[in-house]
Design a protein around this ligand. Structure first.
Ligand SMILES: [Mn+2]
Length: 320
């Protein structure tokens, strides 16, 4: 039986959700299932390609709802799970008992396990570790900056591969492994270890650049890497380097934009009174209260540097 499983691509929870769903399906629905995996990404316009739901059973996990009559299973936990009001209405009228939504769940993998246990008699014992880490990584609830940056845990290593591997074959392959094997076994597989080593070397280079460029003053880290060739960096590195930091302001330039990124240290218990989204909105940016950014055209490096310093000064006032 051909089963198409569509999952949130390049996301640890999306990958874990596909594995938990596959196991549930094999154990409680049909042992004859042959899985075909498709990663889905958020984008402007049509989310689901024509002909995507080509299985006898078609599932979406950890991703938006589709009102397609071919869709037979759906699990999600995102706040914004419905693209349109019509989709939300369509789901409300559904009574088939195979589409499930709960935005209070930390991870979709945990949500699938819960429904599996309570409605399908599914034993989830061997998947507990996978679900535990999906909860941590999807909710950005790392215990500390050290674990997020040093990446010693097998789950965090897999997380880096899932989020950053350029190969489209890696995640479907990983899902098949995670359906039956432990995280440490999967992280030790040669193709995963190799991919991790490569990505981790880039991550370390980013950490070195930030170490040389960042400075802490009055509980605010400021760094300017606009002269460096660094496409991305792990946003927890500054708090790893400076645990006393409460806020961080970073200026970077890529070929598409000059960016001022403003963040809050999630592990520093100091009370944070500033809404970073509001601060960034004043300059045409936005985001969340605790993480926000402003984007300018790539040529406006000097303006980005000026704004970055200005915002850092503003945040420092709280601690002087
Ligand atoms: Mn998720």
């Amino acid at each position: 039986m051909k089963v198409r499983v569509c999952f949130h691509n390049q996301c640890f929870d999306g990958t874990a959700s596909a594995a938990v769903f596959s196991r549930l399906f094999l154990e409680r629905i049909s042992q004859k299932a042959e899985f075909h995996y498709t990663g889905l990404a958020h984008r402007a316009g049509q989310l689901f390609d024509e002909g995507l739901f080509d299985g006898e059973e078609n599932a979406i996990v950890d991703f938006k709802y589709s009102s397609s009559p071919q869709l037979t299973w759906w699990f999600d936990h995102h706040q914004s799970a419905f693209l349109t009001e019509e989709d939300a209405e369509h789901f409300k009228k559904y009574t088939g008992g195979r589409k499930f939504y709960d935005p209070t769940y930390r991870s979709c993998a945990g949500w699938i396990a819960h429904i599996g246990e309570t409605q399908f008699g599914f034993q989830t014992e061997s998947l507990k570790e996978l679900i535990h880490w999906a909860d941590i990584i999807d909710g950005a609830q790392y215990p500390d900056a050290k674990s997020a940056v040093e990446m010693k845990e097998p789950a965090i290593r897999l997380g880096l591969v899932i989020e950053a591997s350029p190969s489209p074959e890696v995640i479907p392959r990983l899902i098949r492994e995670l359906t039956f094997r432990s995280l440490s076994e999967v992280a030790a597989l040669p193709y995963i270890a190799e991919s991790f080593d490569q990505l981790f070397a880039e991550h370390q280079r980013a950490a070195e650049i930030l170490r040389s460029r960042a400075a802490l003053d009055s509980r605010v880290v400021y760094f300017d890497i606009s002269e460096e060739s660094l496409e991305t960096y792990n946003k927890f590195i500054p708090y790893y380097l400076f645990p006393q930091a409460v806020y961080c302001v970073g200026v970077s330039v890529s070929k598409d934009r000059a960016k001022i990124a403003v963040g809050t240290n999630p592990w520093n218990p100091t009370r944070k009174t500033r809404n970073l989204a509001t601060i960034c909105e004043r300059h045409g940016g936005g985001g969340h209260a605790k993480v926000a950014a402003i984007s300018l055209p790539p040529a406006e490096r000097a303006e980005a540097q000026r704004l970055g310093l200005e915002i850092a000064e503003l945040l420092r006032r709280d601690f002087r």
